[in-house]
Design a protein around this ligand. Structure first.
Ligand SMILES: [Zn+2]
Length: 316
């Protein structure tokens, strides 16, 4: 195990657990677990009660998160996800007790007692499968023993997105709804309604924690994001069109103050558009090769490109 580079990747208060994970004890029963060396800088949260521990999001899965969790909790662990994008479920199948938000789109993904996220929700072809032992209703008070978390639906980034509010500690865990890096706004209207819900249910004194980048987000960002999205909807804020890298669908990018927001055309499907565009492109190249050379060479070229494309898609 090589020694991690100097603290450039860490936020104040964090320390390396090993050469992959970084942790911060936010309080005696709340720990942020980050993967600073992954380009998405994912952050999962371990929330401890007296009866059990809750791991809210399980990271990329590029490294087994269990040793980190085991070093912090001897309680039974329940794993939940803020939404079902791949970078929040990466370690799920390494655990054995699961909770999920009781959303119809998630319920519909259960076959013979086993949940498997859809491609559109997960954004990866290879998807984890696991049973759901607890379905959390909107507004449900999840009891960890001496600690209660309120489940708040916050659609906008994904339809099934939830936030968890710990009223006693003044902590709000937001998943990908709001964090201190580039935000992916899939549905502006839902985002605005969710922002209002969050502001109605909080006092303004809470500490906000996001699922990417340095964990803490200033509370005022809830208002700032609402203002920005309202401005976009009303045409007051200009949002230039862009492609934003070859792997993402058509989008608009807006940067105001600390906020860096990408708005997607075509909603959720836009996120897997690269997969469709890539497949169509490969089919076209294979067809042209088949006509110009021979059907066999065309098929071979198609097969090779498809393999390379799928490997690239899975690695992204
Ligand atoms: Zn996400």
């Amino acid at each position: 195990v090589s020694e991690p580079a100097a603290g450039a990747l860490l936020w104040p208060g964090a320390r390396w657990f090993d050469d992959w994970f970084a942790v911060e004890g936010i309080d005696a029963q709340t720990v942020a677990i980050a993967e600073p060396r992954d380009y998405q800088y994912p952050v999962s949260y371990l929330l401890l009660g007296t009866d059990r521990a809750l791991l809210f999001d399980s990271g990329t899965g590029r490294r087994d998160i269990r040793p980190v969790v085991a070093s912090l909790a001897s309680l039974p662990v329940t794993v939940a996800f803020s939404h079902s994008h791949y970078d929040h479920l990466g370690n799920h199948t390494r655990f054995d007790r699961f909770a999920a938000f009781d959303h119809p789109e998630l319920r519909a993904r259960v076959r013979r007692g086993i949940f498997r996220p859809s491609l559109v929700q997960h954004l990866k072809l290879r998807r984890p499968c696991f049973p759901i032992h607890e379905w959390w209703a909107a507004g449900e008070e999840v009891n960890l023993g001496g600690r209660t978390l309120t489940v708040i639906p916050v659609p906008g980034h994904a339809p099934e997105s939830i936030a968890l509010l710990d009223r006693d500690r003044g902590q709000l865990f937001l998943g990908d709804f709001l964090y201190s890096a580039e935000l992916y706004v899939i549905d502006v209207d839902r985002y605005l309604r969710s922002l209002q819900t969050l502001r109605d249910l909080t006092t303004g004194t809470e500490t906000l924690f996001g699922a990417h980048g340095f964990p803490r987000v200033p509370y005022r960002q809830l208002g700032a994001l609402a203002e920005l999205l309202e401005g976009v909807r009303a045409g007051r804020v200009s949002a230039p069109f862009g492609l934003g890298g070859f792997l993402l669908g058509p989008q608009r990018r807006i940067q105001v103050g600390d906020l860096d927001v990408r708005l997607f055309y075509g909603g959720r499907l836009a996120l897997i558009l690269p997969l469709f565009i890539g497949t169509a492109l490969i089919a076209a190249i294979a067809a042209v090769t088949a006509v110009l050379a021979s059907p066999l060479i065309g098929a071979l070229v198609g097969l090779v490109l498809l393999t390379v494309g799928l490997v690239a898609y899975e690695r992204f």
